[in-house]
Design a protein around this ligand. Structure first.
Ligand code: SAH
Length: 481
């Protein structure tokens, strides 16, 4: 429950002739883990009944809960309009209770190692929907840390994330114990550095010491390259005097060589950055680094006096670990969601005689056809997603000042909905589980698929550019709009 629901609460209170402080009372109860209005004993009974009838207690419905052997709990929620959202409670031996929260349903970025990027992107979550994930776990037990490392890219939904992070303090998670993690999406990151004065922590998903490799692993790097992103993190350090965590997922034979550790040590200033090496949680695309490789990598960072730790993996047996949140209701094979469905489908196709070419076997470590296609299409899809979000951001800012923009916003809403459908179609087609059915039998057919997807991406690009241009004109001459 946050500002949106508090606003709804205030309306109900106003209609009932109640004083405004009642909304604060209700929030205090919710933040301390109350499970219903009935528990709020300093609120008059008749009012509690009315609230129960008129204001839903949570913006999210719980669909499924799982518990891992190590005590980690993962919950799958649904928003009112049916989007899946996952969040995780991690329990540590030292008593820490840390929440991993989602900022979006799905994610428009297409980092190749992350399961969330392989599901369809839904939408940004509201601050209420983010807080309601935390309140759900708060009703189970007291919590003291939170990381925005669940589904989604927080810097694409900065206002809601920061609103929620601020209110988390009432739930028991101080600003210093809240961490926002980003791929380095610069427009949001710049605003985070400039505008958020609270001591909320920053983490950067880096994963590669060079632009070349990073762009291969994370298409967003093509748009916002390493040097610019690191400069922004350094600015955060200079302004806030808080170190930036660097997340580095260890992919066997891809980014875990000793030379790469040296390059990383040369890239990062030990005064500004602390590295967290993350064992890869299987999502079907890569092999994880061996323990030995991780230790050797860490040795190089230690020798360079760059602070580094190896992240404790939690909740892997229920696919609740980093990068595994994909809201997939299907039963899981031990080595990951995508792989199991891929394998099933491949088997089915083999049985039905439509087997794939031998050369398109799914060797996930090398450049399989599948991998190559994902890499080829990733930037197109990511670019389109980013542009839609960027256009939305522009509209959102101007809305406050220009009445005329309402009309444009509605147009943009319809346009983005249509474009998102198109994009989802595109995305689904290149996702692992739908993939074998479209891996064509010959090169020409494959080129045709790639070509049509690239054209779709361009259409999205042009449409968003049109909208931007309209917005720009509306700013220059609002009267004409
Ligand atoms: N979009 C933001 C927030 C998500 S954080 C970001 O990327 O920073 C999720 C973290 O888990 C990121 O550091 C991400 O790179 C990492 N991750 C993704 N897939 C992973 C996987 N399969 N194994 C381990 N870590 C993974």
């Amino acid at each position: 429950m946050s500002r949106v629901d508090l606003a709804l609460l205030r309306d109900v209170f106003e209609a009932a002739g109640e004083p405004p402080y009642r909304a604060g009372q209700v929030w205090e109860w919710a933040a301390r883990g109350a499970a219903s209005y009935a528990e709020m004993t300093n609120v008059p009974g008749a009012l509690r009944d009315r609230l129960a009838a008129e204001v839903p207690f949570s913006t999210l419905d719980v669909e499924r809960e799982e518990r891992a052997r190590d005590g980690t709990a993962k919950t799958l929620f649904r928003t009112r309009d049916g989007h899946p959202v996952e969040a995780v409670l991690m329990r540590y031996r030292d008593g820490r209770r840390s929440l991993c929260l989602s900022s979006q349903s799905g994610c428009p970025l297409t980092c190749t190692f992350c399961a969330t990027g392989q599901m369809a992107f839904g939408r940004n979550l509201s601050a209420s929907e983010i807080l309601d994930q935390a309140l759900h776990f708060r009703r189970i037990e007291a919590v003291d840390h939170a990381v925005f490392m669940g589904m989604g890219e927080p810097m694409l939904n900065l206002d809601a994330v920061v609103d929620a992070a601020r209110l988390l303090a009432d739930v028991g998670i101080t600003n210093r114990r809240a961490t926002v993690s980003t791929v380095g999406w610069l427009p949001g990151l710049r605003r985070f550095v400039d505008e958020v004065t609270e001591p909320i922590r920053l983490a950067l998903s880096l994963h590669a010491p060079t632009d070349e490799l990073r762009s291969e692993l994370m298409p967003v790097n093509v748009r916002y390259p390493l040097a610019d992103v690191l400069a922004e993190c350094t600015r955060y350090f200079e302004l806030r005097r808080r170190k930036v965590f660097v997340e580095y997922v260890m992919l066997g034979g891809v980014n875990d060589r000793v030379e790469q550790a040296r390059a990383l040590a040369a890239l990062l200033d030990p005064k500004v950055f602390k590295v967290n090496l993350i064992p890869y949680n299987p999502t079907g695309m890569y092999a994880g680094s061996t323990r030995k490789a991780i230790a050797a990598f860490k040795d190089v960072l230690d020798a360079a006096r760059l602070p580094a730790t190896v992240r404790l993996t939690r909740g892997r047996d229920i696919a609740a670990a980093c990068g595994q949140l994909a809201a997939d209701p299907r039963p899981r094979a031990r080595d990951g969601l995508a792989t199991s469905s891929l394998r099933d489908r491949t088997r089915r196709q083999a049985r039905s005689g439509s087997a794939l070419r031998p050369s398109s076997g799914f060797d996930r470590r090398n450049g399989s056809a599948h991998h190559a296609m994902v890499l080829a299409l990733g930037p197109v899809v990511a670019e389109a997603g980013l542009l839609i979000e960027a256009a939305r951001g522009v509209v959102e800012e101007l809305r406050r000042d220009l009445l005329a923009l309402r009309v444009l916003r509605i147009a943009l809403h319809h346009a983005t909905a249509r474009l998102r459908d198109q994009l989802e179609g595109t995305t689904k087609r290149h996702r692992c589980d739908a993939f074998p059915s479209v891996v064509p039998v010959d090169e020409d057919a494959r080129d045709a698929v790639v070509g049509s997807l690239i054209r779709a991406g361009r259409l999205v690009f042009l449409a968003v550019m049109d909208v931007r241009e309209l917005v720009r004109r509306a700013v220059l001459a609002p009267g004409d709009c």
